[in-house]
Design a protein around this ligand. Structure first.
Ligand code: ATP
Ligand code: SF4
Ligand code: MG
Length: 374
């Protein structure tokens, strides 16, 4: 991953993924002067109904709330946040593997909800997923060749010898040797299995891929190889990625934009470089302060977040982050902040933005902290 790579994080106003200034200052979808995005999420919301305890009645899990994102060809949005914040649910909503409670997904300008089952199936060819645990996602009774080539046959793209040739080509591209064709998933290491998962996702020449924690289960060095492969494939094929991870270090290397989620909502969305050099939301700052740097030279104060992530069954009033926020003020308990854009950097925090001393810059230093690690 070189700095000179076309995948290096950048803040380009001309990009289809570049965040756009919002006149209204809300998180409503924004008009784009640039080309239409490949995939657009508009107000995506998912609420799960779960059975309540005895006499409790059904309850609602607010897994994803009002998410607006635009994915451009050849670009990556990193989606980060703690466990349970709704990352995977958002990923599945983007692919319409889950139906939204509200909002929509547009692919190439078409609302997926308006497609007939047949057209939706055709559209799905262009939208694939790579999972965290490749072993769990690969049928243990199927040989690698069949796993990778299944989609080709199901969608009538190729069969027989032609399918075999395409599969072997894909396998070679992701770094698998031809002898893997007739072997089973259990015969491979985690990294190789992830290569199988990537080859399978690529088989139908997708344009958009949700990579849900694709390297979380792998050793660092193996994970780095997989990340490099994903970056090369993006360069070659102009793929758009939604790259999901709980690990800000991983996301930094692959993302053009980063969306930070907290309890189902995006609380900060900005070009990756801005997130890592000038995070504005206290939650993002806390996540970053917990990330050790490779050279150990970072002088960031370590912010300790008190308590656990609140339950999405019963999210806190006002700003959902307020019970853990080191700089919360009274207003935070009663009023939910909107995702406000300032120069293309969007933040949902009352203490960041117009009319506040910290407008457009850093929020005041957190009051709860412990010393940075040596
Ligand atoms: N099918 C479901 N029914 C009920 N609740 C669900 C369902 N799927 C997810 N949830 C809940 O929605 C919330 C978000 O879950 P999700 O799996 O999207 O989080 P995540 O950010 O991907 O977490 P992790 O990092 O652990 O993978 C969680 O509270 C989860 O328990
Ligand atoms: S709105 Fe208030 S509680 Fe929420 S992040 Fe900002 S300061 Fe903290
Ligand atoms: Mg998940």
């Amino acid at each position: 991953m070189s700095a000179g790579s076309t995948n290096a994080p950048m803040a380009s106003a001309g990009s289809t993924n570049a965040p756009m200034a919002s006149a209204g200052g809300t998180n409503a979808p924004m008009a784009s002067a640039a080309a239409s995005p490949l995939l657009r999420a508009v107000g995506l919301t998912k609420t799960f109904r779960v059975a309540g305890r005895l006499f409790g009645g059904d309850r609602s899990v607010h897994a994803v709330t009002d998410v607006n994102l635009e994915f451009g060809a050849g670009r990556t949005i990193g989606i980060v946040g703690e466990s349970g914040c709704g990352k995977s649910t958002l990923g599945r909503l983007l692919l319409r593997l889950l139906l939204p409670t509200a909002g929509r997904v547009e692919f190439d300008g078409t609302d997926l909800a308006t497609l007939s089952p047949r057209d939706l199936r055709a559209a799905r060819r262009h939208m694939q997923i790579v999972f965290q645990d490749p072993y769990a996602s690969l049928n243990p009774r199927m040989k690698i060749g069949r796993i990778v080539g299944e989609g080709l046959e199901v969608h009538g793209v190729a069969s027989g010898k032609a399918a075999r040739e395409q599969v072997l080509e894909l396998m070679a591209r992701v770094g698998l040797t031809a002898d893997a064709y007739d072997r089973y998933p259990h015969e491979f290491s985690g990294g190789q299995r992830q290569r199988v998962g990537i080859a399978r996702a690529l088989a139908l020449s997708p344009r958009f891929i949700v990579a849900d924690e694709p390297v979380s289960a792998l050793d660092v060095s193996i994970g780095a190889q997989i990340l490099n492969l994903l970056l090369e494939l993006q360069d070659e094929r102009g793929l758009a990625y939604a790259f999901i991870s709980h690990d800000l270090r991983v996301v930094e290397h692959v993302s053009h934009q980063v969306a930070v989620m907290y309890l189902g909502r995006i609380v900060e969305l900005a070009p990756a470089r801005e997130i890592y050099t000038g995070a504005r939301h206290p939650y993002t700052q806390a996540l970053l302060s917990a990330v050790p740097t490779v050279d150990g030279k970072d002088r960031r104060q370590r912010v300790v977040l008190g308590g656990d992530v609140p339950s999405p069954l019963d999210p806190p009033s006002g700003c959902a982050f307020h019970p853990r926020c080191p700089i919360a003020v009274a207003r935070c308990r009663v009023e939910a902040p909107q995702l406000v854009s300032d120069g293309g950097h969007r933040t949902a925090c009352h203490l960041v933005g117009d009319g506040n001393p910290s407008a457009g810059g850093d929020v005041p230093p957190p009051v709860r902290h412990d010393p940075a690690p040596a």
